[in-house]
Design a protein around this ligand. Structure first.
Ligand code: XMP
Length: 319
């Protein structure tokens, strides 16, 4: 009988049998899949698990702190946080092309992860949050963090003295099953039912060159949008929602003053498979509130627009 409790029990037994007393390393992104793997492995092997969480400076507001709070502080998972914002932003300086940005972010992630992994001793296993759709997904698809580590591992890019065996405890599960076992393992509802977040993070939501100033503004705008979506009960009715930073300036008036500042686009879509998507018909009142809050609360933004493009032809992300 398939129940979340049975699956968890079974997975724990299998992990214990597979790794025995060996040490396991996991790249924790804060997304659903790697979080569920972290919770599962922690329950199965406790102290034998070490997670590496890379803060690339392209995460959402307070995301790094929240990951540390949930896993390290509340659950007692061993998590190494690599604060690499400066490194990532330095490498992205002057780079405008979306695919170049993706490559730089992916490669830098691998470098940072390897550096942290190299500091650990006797790690035998590399755990990954690969789920069944990843297994069947075509090789040409855009890469997420998990895929990045995986392909990297497969091409032997890890330092010579490190050869890991792979362990992928979610490999046979679909997303909804992964969520069910996440809840079973005690992860909070809000984390288990999060919208997907791309590996390159805000890097592909800041059009063109990525700068810290832009990322900071975008984080604030995105946080307002997502909070209002949650408050209005719309977060769970949309599949993915986020703000996008447009590095163009637009004129506005605030009080007696003229403002000449940046533009934020809001994007919210409904989709089953992310291959096609319809823009979400959010209530005007809610959009009005989000727009007013963003413009009033963020001094670097003077205008907000709502993206009414469906996929196809538009992609969900702007880059
Ligand atoms: P698009 O923009 O292609 O997005 O319609 C479809 C889904 O894929 C996510 N996405 C990415 N995820 N690395 C990722 O891990 C990427 O480079 C990437 N690009 C897009 C996007 O957020 C959406 O869920």
């Amino acid at each position: 009988l398939w129940t979340p409790a049975n699956i968890v029990e079974d997975a724990i037994a299998r992990v214990r049998e597979t790794v025995g007393g060996d040490k396991v390393l996991l790249g924790l992104s804060g997304g659903v899949d790697s979080s569920v793997v972290a919770a599962l492995l922690h329950k199965a092997i406790g102290e034998q698990l070490t997670c590496v969480f890379v803060d690339n400076g392209l995460l959402r507001l307070n995301e790094g702190d929240q990951v540390m709070e949930m896993f390290a502080r509340n659950m007692g998972v061993k998590v190494i946080r690599a604060d690499a914002e400066e490194l990532f932003l330095g490498k992205l300086a002057g780079v405008n092309d979306p695919e170049d940005k993706r490559k730089i972010i992916g490669n830098t992630f691998i470098d940072v992860f390897d550096t942290e992994a190299a500091k650990l001793s006797d790690v035998k296993w590399l755990a990954q949050g690969t789920i069944y759709p990843d297994v069947i997904e075509s090789a040409g698809a855009k890469t997420g963090k998990a895929h990045v580590i995986k392909s990297h591992h497969n091409v032997g890019g890890l330092p010579e003295d490190m050869s890991f065996e792979l362990i992928e405890p979610l490999r046979e599960l679909f997303k909804d099953e992964v969520r069910q076992i996440g809840l079973e393992l005690g992860l909070p509802w809000d984390m288990v039912f999060r919208h997907p977040f791309p590996g390159p993070g805000l890097g592909v939501r800041i059009l063109g060159e990525v700068k810290k100033e832009y990322a900071d503004l975008l984080r604030l705008a995105d946080d307002i949008f997502i909070s209002e979506l949650r408050a209005a009960g719309w977060y769970d009715k949309t599949s993915q929602a986020f703000a996008v930073f447009l590095p163009v300036k637009s004129v506005g008036v605030v009080g007696d003053g003229r403002r000449y500042e940046y533009v934020i686009a809001l994007r919210a879509v409904e989709t089953i498979d992310f291959m096609t998507a319809r823009w979400a018909h959010l209530p005007y009142e809610m959009l009005e509130k989000v727009s007013n809050r963003i413009i009033n609360e963020i001094s670097g933004v003077s205008r907000v627009t709502y993206d009414v493009s469906s996929k196809p032809p538009a992609t969900i992300e702007w880059e």
